[in-house]
Design a protein around this ligand. Structure first.
Ligand SMILES: *[C@@H]1O[C@H](CO)[C@@H](O)[C@H](O)[C@H]1NC(C)=O
Ligand SMILES: *[C@@H]1O[C@H](CO)[C@@H](O)[C@H](O)[C@H]1NC(C)=O
Ligand SMILES: *[C@@H]1O[C@H](CO)[C@@H](O)[C@H](O)[C@H]1NC(C)=O
Length: 388
């Protein structure tokens, strides 16, 4: 997953939004008020083919009571140079607060939150007595230097014997039919490297850049939902569905389609799931997350309308941010504020397509949605002035 290359795309998306939205001039912007800080994760050390999946608690994130505007991350070496994905593949990273589990405040691909919205953090009124707001950071990285099969390693295909793994991260033996995903590339595992390849172990950091505005400048608070196509949501017994149980596997496998359907353009494997969000609102931002093989994700409303459709962008080069055959970004959705609404309890359909010309493991189909319960006041006013 690459975050850094999205900057350009996002600014384009924002520009388009500005151009196409008749009342966009009324939206407050905070350009001159944005502050930023750069933090480093704790150091981690990777040798060729090795895998790191570490949870760091109480990571440095002291910015006070503010409204987050953007969050990006990239891997750097000790000299501060960017490390390309074909050397160190970031399977995923997450950063979240942990005094209250329900507000995961965020994760990969939070790149930019459009004005006048923000994610409020550091609000002492929200912190339970006796607790502190702390930050947790999970980094799952695979060192791809000198490996036999870069995509195989990043997709964690242990059945191809790329990994020296017979047990999952909990010590449970892997089932014989298990062809690979998460459980093959847990912390400390090793992907097979080319014979004779030698490379140094090296120290790396995740460098994350956070942008925010002061809380009093703000802003319409947002909620973040992470929808997962492997979610087999069960409504809790006898309930209204407000507190469904979620059972996400995060990754799924795509079996090659039968030979009968084979042709050069490849096949599409379509996976869908139904998910409901207890409290809806206006969609402010949406983006999918897929791994290699992914060809698109979309979220549909109960009536079939498209809420957000997000397609992967594959790299074409060698340099960091444009690595060939890796997904280096996903297209994003910035609907015109107020134009896309999800109703409370609406049953949504999340769809994730991937190419099944070859076997893919570790495919992910996740969509991040930012939802505002209300629209900014100024927006409504200016909107009504267009309804003549
Ligand atoms: C895999 O190999 C590495 C390097 O030889 C070793 O350190 C690690 O313990 C092995 N992991 C498993 C799960 O066998
Ligand atoms: C390949 O199969 C797909 C799905 O059946 C079809 O839409 C497409 O036209 C086919 N392409 C070729 C080149 O035959
Ligand atoms: C997924 O594939 C199906 C069938 O080809 C197609 O109808 C749908 O639009 C695709 N969705 C996305 C998000 O690419």
């Amino acid at each position: 997953m690459v975050f850094r290359s999205q900057g350009g795309l996002l600014s384009l998306a924002i520009l388009l939004l500005a151009l196409c939205t008749p009342y966009s001039y009324a939206i407050r912007t905070y350009e001159n008020e944005i502050k930023s800080a750069v933090f480093l994760s704790p150091k981690f050390v990777l040798g060729p083919g090795s895998v790191l999946d570490k949870h760091f608690y109480n990571v440095d994130f002291r910015i006070g009571h503010v409204a987050l505007k953007s969050f990006t991350a990239e891997v750097i070496d000790e000299a501060g140079n960017l490390v390309p994905l074909h050397e160190t593949y970031i399977h995923h990273w997450t950063i979240a607060r942990y005094h209250q589990s329900k507000s995961v405040t965020h994760t990969e691909t939070v790149t930019h939150i459009p004005d006048p919205y923000g994610i409020e953090i550091g609000n002492s009124a929200e912190i339970p007595a006796g607790y502190e707001e702390k930050w947790w950071n999970n980094v799952h990285a695979i060192d791809n230097r000198g490996v036999e099969d870069k995509l195989g390693c990043t997709e964690c295909r242990c059945k191809c014997n790329l990994y020296n793994v017979t047990k999952d991260e909990y010590g449970q033996p892997l089932k014989p039919e298990y062809i690979g995903d998460f459980h093959c590339c847990h912390d400390g595992t090793q992907c097979r490297i080319r014979e004779g390849f030698e490379g140094p172990r090296r120290s790396l950091y995740l460098r994350y850049t956070v942008k925010w505005v002061d809380r009093d400048r703000i802003v319409v608070p947002l909620k973040i939902y992470i929808l997962d196509v492997t979610d087999n949501m069960k409504k809790s017994s006898g309930s209204s569905g407000k507190n469904p149980e979620h059972d996400c596997q995060i990754e799924y496998q795509v079996k090659p389609c039968s030979a009968a359907g084979r042709n050069d353009s490849g096949y599409t494997h379509v996976k869908r799931t139904s998910i409901s969000i207890p409290y809806g609102g206006y969609v402010i931002y949406g983006v999918g997350h897929q791994h290699a093989g992914g060809i698109g994700t979309a979220l549909y409303g109960e009536d079939g309308r498209v809420i957000c459709s997000s397609v992967p962008i594959y790299g074409e080069g060698e340099e960091a941010g444009n690595e060939a055959s890796y997904i280096v970004g996903m297209s994003t959705c910035y609907p015109q504020p107020g134009s896309v609404k999800i109703n409370d309890g609406e049953v949504l359909t999340l769809e994730s397509n991937c190419s099944s010309t070859k076997r893919n493991t570790g495919v992910m189909g996740v969509m991040y949605l930012y939802i505002a319960e209300q629209l900014p006041q100024s927006n409504r006013l200016s909107h009504s002035s267009f309804l003549w």
